[in-house]
Design a protein around this ligand. Structure first.
Ligand code: NDP
Ligand code: PYC
Length: 337
């Protein structure tokens, strides 16, 4: 039935990711959180940020400006600000090492920020905001990428695919979580269409002449479009500013210049905010109840909460494993490590 795919347990996915990353030269400290986020992507049926990312990770590890054994430096800047200098390694080890200080500060002050600098970044953001929600806090994370996306009304790339993710802790079960690119779709998804030889829907991209296109290759070499026209464009610009110049790091335009054609993961900063409902709210119990009423009203009319599909996929994958396309496994096995 699934001749074109391979069934793997979640543990096998994690082991494959870890083996591939360390064989490519990534330090064990860096590889752990990278393998984990890739595993979570595959487990939660987020094909654009699961095992598909491994070949790109290997390419990034080989990039001369990448530091495969970077050790992040965590700085306690002020009562509400933590800085993590990723040292030109991946963002994920810096996040992992800075998270305890971020959550402690948020509990103390009500609101705290983590600025991650000098990081290579390829990962989905929901694992990070979910971890913040697991600590009983609300989390908001954002990051630029490479300039691949045209601003609304324009025809040339100026913005990144710039994801924004939010999580709200709930008394029972999974938190409320959304995480999306401010482009109409993640670039990874357009690449997956290109690999599968499938057209993309209108509204995802334009060709290099600025004409609407349904060709994935043309959109990748032309420009992607923002979601929601001028609204997505402004939100994307905010992310450039907040996770770029505000924290002293690169915009997506600067990141793609820094890449200089290497096709490595984007290199820039990330901004993560944590909010403590118990500290900020006047009556935390009543606030939590109000939030639950809102979620019940949304779900009660047949609308689904974001991440519901992901949580269902997670439960299924943990029980039954995941189906990985054979073509992807072939690409991973063909990596010369
Ligand atoms: P999608 O457009 O697929 O959707 C993202 C969010 O919307 C998810 O929370 C999803 O929940 C929710 N959602 C989708 N459909 C519905 C619906 N009908 N009702 C309610 N909620 C819905 O994602 P993107 O392509 O925009 O982004 C995919 C991933 O790519 C993100 O995780 C993002 O972090 C990552 N990314 C990372 C970048 C980086 O630089 N590091 C750059 C760009 C993207 P569900 O998952 O349950 O469907
Ligand atoms: O899919 O747009 C994307 C992306 C960029 C960086 C990591 N993912």
């Amino acid at each position: 039935m699934h001749d074109d795919s391979v069934r793997m347990s979640v543990e096998e996915v994690r082991a494959l990711a870890l083996r591939t990353l360390t064989a490519a030269g990534l330090s064990e400290a860096q590889a752990g959180p990278v393998a984990e986020v890739i595993t979570r992507g595959e487990r939660d049926a987020c094909a654009s940020h699961g095992l598909y990312r491994l070949p790109g990770c290997v390419q990034t590890i080989r990039f001369e400006k990448f530091r495969p054994d970077a050790e992040p430096v965590i700085e306690d800047v002020s009562p509400a600000l933590v800085r993590a200098d990723a040292g030109y390694g991946y963002s994920l080890l810096a996040f992992e090492r800075a998270l305890p200080l971020l959550t402690a500060k948020a509990r103390e002050t009500g609101l705290a920020a983590l600025a991650i600098n000098n990081c290579f970044h390829f990962s989905a953001l929901w694992p990070e905001v979910e971890m913040i929600a697991e600590a009983g806090l609300a989390g908001l994370a954002m990051t630029p990428s490479h300039a691949w996306v045209a601003p609304a009304g324009g025809t040339r790339p100026a913005l990144g695919t710039n994801p924004i993710a939010f999580a709200w802790p709930r008394p029972e079960g999974h938190p409320y979580v959304f995480d999306f690119a401010t482009s109409a779709i993640a670039r990874g998804d357009i690449s997956l269409h290109e690999i599968a030889g499938k057209p993309i829907p209108e509204g995802w991209g334009i060709d290099s002449e600025g004409r609407p296109t349904t060709s994935a290759s043309e959109a990748l070499s032309g420009a992607m479009l923002t979601f929601g026209g001028h609204k997505g464009s402004a939100l994307s610009t905010m992310i450039e500013l907040m996770a770029g110049p505000l924290i002293g790091d690169m915009t997506s335009l600067q990141s793609i210049d820094f890449d200089d054609g290497a096709k490595a993961a984007p290199c820039h900063g990330e901004l993560v905010l944590a909010f403590c409902p118990k500290r900020m709210g006047l009556d935390p119990e009543a606030s939590s109840q109000a939030a639950e009423t809102l979620f019940a009203t949304i779900a009660g009319q047949g609308a689904r909460l974001p991440s519901q599909r992901r949580f269902e996929a997670r439960a299924r994958s943990l029980k039954e494993g995941v189906q990985v396309p054979k073509t992807l496994m072939d690409r991973i096995h063909a990596l010369e490590l």
